[in-house]
Write a new protein. Structure first.
Length: 359
């Protein structure tokens, strides 16, 4: 059986660190925690789980701290987490089995990252990351903000998921890092333009976000999946500033890169027509969103709501407007499978049962 080093970088994580380590400490053979300047009880908590606590002066670049954390690993494989990540019980069992059966010739194991969940426990954002890395390969982190591991060789995909349970959001932190890159005259990669656009959008700078996404889209290089979501996210920005013409054009442009439609695109196009009270084209796009199957081996973003409860709830509304109360009820019931206590869905249920004389 292979041995595993857990490597983490932390700063002021007293609220969540114990929760993270409780979920993983018995699955790994070594815990390395690199503190980058905590002023709370983070270090004290870390020392309750390991004597391998190290200190690293923050350079302003996440890749430097992450590479430093990997430097302290001594076991066969490196596993990394952020302090607000956890392994749920189902995934703990899958991890144990993976550890027992992993072929030591594997260079990296990818795992799902459930980056968000709603109040009903549904995953809202999921993607794959290289998560368990063969130490002897000496893979390095790249990128100043939204960094990534430069991994190659024998990579396998697992069904283990890491669940992110964020308690706070560092507003503007990543924007300031990107601004430093701009001030220094650093060259932006296509990936930088995409993630800078995301940061601008999340902080309400929609016009600047559109500019950054467009730079990503217009580059001949860069990951095609980033371009798909640059089109989708740019469309969101156009909608936020009231430019619905360019919103639809940007959504349609995403097909140039994705080739086949994505639920995230179809649901948004459905809403574009829904908002104009054009019910039949809205129904076409919403129904298409529910029919598309997700590829479990896909590495780019997946937003499950756009293929599940959201289009069904919107179809409930569209069919209600067309006075087809039976189909409206059926789609509401589909949405209720995912959000059984959603007040909107329960209100729809009561209304439609009255229309259909269901007791």
């Amino acid at each position: 059986m292979v041995s595993i080093s857990l490597c983490m970088i932390v700063k002021n994580e007293e609220e969540v660190l114990a929760r993270c380590l409780d979920s993983v400490h018995d699955l790994v053979d070594e815990i390395n925690i690199i503190d980058t300047g905590s002023e709370d009880k983070t270090v004290e908590i870390a020392k309750q789980y390991t004597d391998r606590v190290f200190f690293f002066e923050w350079t302003g670049k996440f890749k430097d701290a992450r590479n430093e954390s990997f430097r302290h690993a001594t076991k066969d494989y490196i596993f990394y987490l952020d302090a607000d990540d956890v392994l749920l019980e189902e995934d703990r069992e899958k991890f144990k089995e993976l550890k027992k059966t992993l072929d030591p010739n594997v260079d990296s194991v990818s795992m799902y990252y459930n980056a968000g969940t709603d109040e009903f426990g549904n995953v809202t954002l999921q993607y794959r990351r290289n998560r368990l890395i063969k130490r002897s390969r000496n893979f390095k982190w790249k990128g100043d903000v939204h960094n990534y591991l430069e991994v190659y060789g024998h990579i396998i995909n697992s069904d283990v998921a890491i669940t992110h349970k964020k308690t706070k959001h560092a507003v503007g932190r990543n924007l300031s890092i990107y601004q430093t890159k701009i001030d220094n005259g650093d060259e932006f990669t296509p990936r930088d333009h995409f993630y800078y656009g995301n940061e601008l959008r999340e902080n309400g700078h929609y016009e600047k976000a559109i500019e950054s996404y467009t730079k990503n889209i217009n580059r001949q290089d860069g990951w095609i999946e980033d371009k798909v979501y640059a089109c989708i996210n740019r469309a969101d920005c156009y909608r936020m500033i009231g430019d619905t013409t360019n919103e639809l054009a940007s959504l349609m442009e995403s097909f140039r890169f994705s080739i086949t439609p994505r639920p995230e695109t179809c649901s948004r196009i459905g809403y574009h027509f829904h908002d104009k009270k054009e019910w039949k084209p809205a129904i076409f796009w919403y129904e298409l969103a529910t029919q598309l199957e997700n590829d479990p081996n896909k590495w780019s973003f997946t937003y499950p709501a756009y293929a599940t409860w959201y289009p069904h709830l919107q179809l409930c509304v569209c069919y209600y407007q067309l006075k087809d109360y039976q189909k409206s009820y059926e789609h509401n019931e589909q949405a209720r499978k995912y959000r059984p206590e959603d007040e909107r869905i329960l209100a729809n249920k009561e209304l439609l049962e009255g229309k259909l004389n269901i007791k």
